[in-house]
Design a protein around this ligand. Structure first.
Ligand code: RP5
Length: 167
C-alpha cells in the first residue's frame, strides 16, 4: 500500500505533529517521518520530494512554522498531493505560517489544514489514499462511525443532564 511522508521543518515541530502519526497508525497507514527544511536543508528537501513517488509515497504532509515554505517547496518538486500544516511555533501564534503555507500561487496547490491541524492532515491523506484502496476506505469509514458514536453518546448524556422539560 502507498505510504505517507510526514516532513517537518524542525524537530521542535515533533510534539505538535504527534497526533498526525497517531492517526496514521490508527488507520494502519505506513509512513516515514523526516526533518527537512526549505531553508536550512533545501537540497535534501527538494531531493526527497523529487523521489517520493518512486519511493512508494502517495501523499506528502509538510509541517513548518514561521516563514513556512516547506509545503510549497515540496509541491514544487513533486506531482504528489501535498498537505501543509502551519505550526504555531512563533510569537505570531502560527498566523505567519498559515499565510505562508496557504497563499500558494495559482497552479501550485497545497491543501492547507488548520494551525497545528496535525490529525486532520493525516485524515486528509487517508482519504486521498483511500480513493484507490478499498480496505483503507473501510477503516476510514469505521473511524467516522466511531467518531459519530462518541458524539451521539455525549449528546445523550448532556441532553439527559441539562435539559428541562417543564417548571
Ligand atoms: C520552522 O521554524 C520550523 O518548522 C519550526 O516550526 C520553526 C522553528 O524551528 P527551530 O528554530 O525550533 O528549529 O522552520
Amino acid at each position: 500500500m502507498k505510504k505517507v511522508a510526514v516532513i517537518m521543518g524542525s524537530d521542535s515541530d515533533l510534539k505538535a505533529m504527534q497526533p498526525c502519526m497517531d492517526a496514521l497508525k490508527a488507520l494502519e497507514i505506513p509512513f516515514a517521518v523526516r526533518i527537512l527544511s526549505a531553508h536550512r536543508t533545501p537540497e535534501a528537501a527538494a531531493a526527497f520530494a523529487r523521489s517520493a513517488r518512486d519511493e512508494g509515497f502517495g501523499a506528502i504532509i509538510a509541517a513548518a512554522g514561521k516563514a513556512a515554505h516547506l509545503a510549497g517547496a515540496m509541491a514544487a518538486n513533486t506531482l504528489l498531493p501535498v498537505i501543509g500544516v502551519p505550526m504555531k511555533s512563533s510569537t505570531l501564534d502560527g498566523l505567519d505560517a498559515l499565510l505562508s503555507t496557504v497563499q500558494m500561487p495559482s497552479g501550485m496547490p497545497v491543501a492547507t489544514v488548520a494551525i497545528d491541524g496535525a490529525a486532520n492532515a493525516a485524515l486528509l491523506a487517508a482519504q486521498m489514499l483511500a480513493l484507490s484502496d478499498d480496505a483503507l476506505l473501510e477503516r476510514f469509514a469505521a473511524y467516522r462511525a466511531a467518531q459519530r458514536a462518541k458524539v451521539e453518546e455525549k449528546d445523550a448524556r448532556i441532553a439527559a443532564e441539562y435539559s428541562v422539560d417543564s417548571y
